[in-house]
Design a protein around this ligand. Structure first.
Ligand code: URA
Length: 197
């Protein structure tokens, strides 16, 4: 049922030229994961080169690292998550999407959230965080906290986490390191998904 609505929305999105990214994309990158019954939506920044080629979010280097972290913490990409980005088309040279581009794409993002209606939104990286949270707090200060934000007329539980591209630069797993904090945040998310506090 949800999947059918999502498929219709994806068909609409395929023809979108609401911003200039529509002129340079190869494919729209609409979503991956479980549209029907995911407990959490993970929102990344924007498609990169591999995502633009395949039409699937998080399949490049950052995506592979994300998969490793999900596996380590027992979160299933296929069943527990619905994975999307703030914009559906690749910004040239992987630059950060502009506010105009994000605004043009918001119609799809908000609809996806409304349809899937998950328990938790995961803001993966500061672009996703800033799309919904206007306080200028850096992600390093707010990651792992549960925020209750009004999104599309509904109060939703949201958790910011580091973006895996950032983690590619730090390899340590020592306590307090970015990778250790990412694991901690994902365990928290796993417990929320399983209804444990
Ligand atoms: N980075 C993102 O934020 N999203 C993707 O889909 C891939 C890399």
């Amino acid at each position: 049922m949800k999947q059918k609505q999502l498929d219709e929305l994806k068909d609409e999105c395929k023809n979108c030229i609401a911003c200039e990214l529509g002129n340079t994309r190869t494919n729209i990158v609409f979503s991956d994961g479980n549209g029907n019954s995911a407990k959490a939506i993970l929102i990344g920044e924007a498609p990169g080169e591999n995502e633009d080629k395949t039409g699937i979010p998080f399949v490049g280097r950052a995506g592979k690292l994300l998969n490793e972290f999900l596996e380590k913490t027992g979160i299933s990409r296929e069943n527990d998550l619905y994975i999307i980005n703030t914009v559906k088309c690749r910004p040239p040279k992987n630059r950060v999407p502009s506010d105009t581009e994000k605004k043009a794409c918001e119609q799809y993002l908000l609809k996806q959230i409304e349809i899937v209606n998950p328990k938790i939104l995961i803001f993966c990286g500061s672009t996703a965080l800033k799309s919904f949270y206007t306080n200028k707090i850096p992600i390093s200060k707010i990651r792992g906290e549960i925020l209750e934000l009004e999104i599309g007329g509904k109060i939703r539980k949201c958790i910011p986490i580091f973006h895996p591209s950032y983690l590619l630069r730090y390899h340590s797993l020592e306590e307090g390191s970015p990778r250790a904090l990412m694991l901690k945040d994902l365990v928290k998310i796993k417990n929320l998904i399983n209804d444990k506090k």
